[in-house]
Design a protein around this ligand. Structure first.
Ligand code: 6MZ
Length: 348
């Protein structure tokens, strides 16, 4: 990375729409957690996948388990969420939709409700400190936990959507894609949609989910996470592609995550290109910036260098991401104004 190019991507105002809280914890924050919990004997190498390293997706999910052990009190969540928000802001992210799975921890007395309240407190604290970033929250359903928990999660999200003054905007469906079946979660997702929560669903992150993807696309979701195996060249189907195109459902694309997690063979073969060439809304995201040791500036730079995007094209990409947010129209307009204000400085 030459430093002038580096500066362009850092100064570029950015929108981050696919960031899992506990996957986004930086090395610095992990250090602080390790000091708090020496008895766990966790080593730094167990919480992140460094440059040039790759893991199976299954191994990635083991990493989340380790991080969850480190983050199990309200204090931890408050620190982690505050640090993550400030790190995104320092990377030039102006609008962030953070997502996280509410967890209950018997040992520490943490409840799912307190979990969400604590994340919202972190967002509020950053606002009070005038950190230059607008943050919203998606309550995540971990597909591993089945239909009943999914429904409870939707109820919790609905409660907070009504009481959080616009901070909770939607639901994320995530978790190990090889576990469970989306059809069991349909009632919960449908009820989320009915009450006005937006839906961002991990779809076709691995092959062999054609039937599930087809079913969930009929909701339809408001955004798709990954969508790695939607198109026929990689085992998806033209029908799936047509459904995505017809409903104009934006894709959240996470290059380094998919390469390191080995669902995509290399950057050049990332499905970003497929959808970008079709002119379909694609939003570059980090997924888990801590675990995959990246940041959003770097992801934009990788997309640009891999697919030969000009600076103007990169600008357009970050600008179009505003349309894909779950923010109210007035906020979208504020963001567009901000982009217009910053443009001369970014291109100088
Ligand atoms: C699917 C993922 C994921 O919720 O504890 N998560 N789900 N695919 C991925 N691709 C790599 N990366 C993260 O953050 C960690 C949780 O986010 C989901 C998993 O459910 C993981 O346990 P939170 O903040």
């Amino acid at each position: 990375m030459d430093s002038e190019a580096d500066a362009f991507y850092r100064e570029l105002p950015k929108v981050e729409l696919h960031a899992h809280l506990n996957g986004s914890v930086s090395v610095q924050t992990i250090e602080k957690l390790l000091v708090r919990k020496p008895h766990l004997n966790v080593e730094r190498s167990m919480t992140a996948i460094g440059k040039g390293q790759r893991r199976t997706l299954d191994e990635c999910f083991q990493v989340f388990k380790v991080i969850h052990q480190l983050v199990d009190t309200e204090e931890d969540i408050l620190m982690v969420a505050t640090d993550v928000i400030k790190e995104f802001a320092a990377d030039g992210v102006k609008y962030l939709e953070l997502r996280s799975t509410p967890r209950e921890e018997k040992n520490t007395g943490l409840t799912k409700k307190r979990y969400v309240e604590t994340v919202l407190k972190a967002i509020q604290q950053c606002r009070n400190e005038d950190v230059d970033i607008d943050v919203r929250f998606l309550v995540a359903i971990d597909r591993r936990n089945g239909a009943q928990v999914a429904m409870e999660t939707v109820k919790l999200a609905e409660e907070f959507m009504l009481s959080s003054d616009g901070l909770v905007v939607g639901i994320d469906l995530s978790g190990d894609p090889t576990v469970g079946h989306g059809k069991d979660l349909l009632p919960a997702l449908q009820s989320a949609k009915n009450c006005g929560l937006k839906l961002s669903l991990h779809l076709s992150e691995v092959l062999s989910q054609l039937e599930e993807t087809d079913l969930l696309l009929d909701l339809p979701p408001d955004r798709i996470g990954h969508g790695t195996f939607l198109h026929p060249e990689v085992g998806g189907s033209e029908d799936l592609v047509q459904k995505v195109l017809k409903n104009n459902i934006p894709l959240e694309l996470c290059l380094t995550s998919n390469v390191k997690g080995q669902t995509v063979p290399c950057y050049a073969k990332h499905h970003f290109n497929h959808w970008y060439q079709l002119g379909h809304p694609c939003v570059i995201c980090t997924d888990d910036k801590g675990v995959f040791a990246t940041d959003l500036s770097q992801e934009y730079q990788l997309a640009a260098s891999t697919f030969g995007l000009s600076r103007e094209a990169v600008w357009k990409l970050s600008h179009q991401a505003i349309d894909c947010t779950f923010a109210p129209d007035a906020v979208k307009q504020q963001l567009r104004n901000k982009w217009a204000e910053l443009k001369p400085q970014v291109f100088q």
